[in-house]
Design a binder for this molecule. Structure first.
Ligand code: F6R
Length: 260
């Protein structure tokens, strides 16, 4: 069972997760962080800036992104390479040479997944993976039907996900159809999964992932197979959870030394 922490706001959730990451980086400057893009992790990245400003040194941290769109031109502001640079690498002072994003260029796309897996494996994997969840239940861009054993590869986005992400583009037509994403098997290798979700629109996917059947039809349910998962929600995203009272009780009685 995942630990579920329900916060009063996205900002409070971001502060909580950022404080944990900052403590890990203080203890181990060569920490490896798995970064998600989209709206959800932004409060974490925002709060991490405060820790960077307060002297936490991120220059030896390695980062691996979850996914990248296929076929966007270099420097496109919505490419996940550009988003990670803008939200993580530059503000926190990571060394760009240590920041890895799947290669979404059409040229060589056939080997992009394999090359990313090699980079992850030869580095030694991810210590803490930040995850958001899509309204389809995807984590990374593993849409419903993705194998629990899947590795980094090219996937086709659902129309639902393209519509959800059209807010970042001028029109739906501009949202790529394909992506390169870590597989569910790749994500499950990270040593700690931290899944965040905010807002009513995520409540159904969160309930499915945390409390529903473990099924490829709900890719987020793969987190139930992992030994160390922390789910951090706001009240709205937690609104369809059946065991909410127990999660609150367990959190209130958690020994402080356990952390998240
Ligand atoms: C992003 C990613 C996706 C998003 C998900 C939620 O790298 O892998 O799984 O986390 O689509 O997106 P937001 O946070 O924009 O609602």
């Amino acid at each position: 069972m995942a630990e579920v922490i329900v916060c009063d706001s996205a900002q409070q959730a971001g502060d909580l997760v950022a404080a944990h990451i900052a403590a890990q980086v203080r203890a181990c400057p060569t920490f490896t962080l798995g970064v998600a893009t989209g709206s959800t992790p932004l409060p974490v990245y925002q709060a991490l800036r405060t820790h960077a400003d307060a002297g936490v040194d991120f220059s030896e941290v390695t980062a691996f992104a979850l996914d990248e769109y296929v076929g966007l031109p270099d420097g496109h502001p919505q490419s996940y390479r550009a988003v990670v640079d803008h939200e993580v690498t530059n503000p926190l002072g990571l060394d760009p040479a240590r920041v890895h994003v799947p290669d979404g260029h059409l040229d060589g796309i056939e080997t992009a997944g394999h090359r990313y897996e090699e980079a992850l494996t030869s580095h030694g994997g991810v210590d803490l993976q930040i995850l958001g969840i899509g309204t389809t239940g995807h984590i990374g861009f593993n849409e419903p039907g993705s194998s629990f054993g899947s590795l980094t590869r090219v996937k086709t986005l659902t129309e639902r996900t393209r519509i959800d992400n059209a807010r970042f583009f001028d029109s739906l037509d501009q949202v790529p159809v394909h992506c390169v994403t870590q597989g569910l098997g790749t994500i499950l290798r990270a040593r700690h999964l931290v899944l965040l979700a905010f807002g009513e629109g995520k409540a159904e996917a969160v309930a499915g992932a945390v409390e529903g059947s473990v099924t490829a039809s709900m890719p987020g349910s793969a987190i139930q197979l992992h030994s160390h998962v922390t789910v951090v929600l706001d009240q709205a995203a937690a609104s369809q959870l059946t065991h909410r009272a127990y999660y609150d009780w367990a959190h209130q009685h958690k020994p402080a030394w356990q952390g998240i």
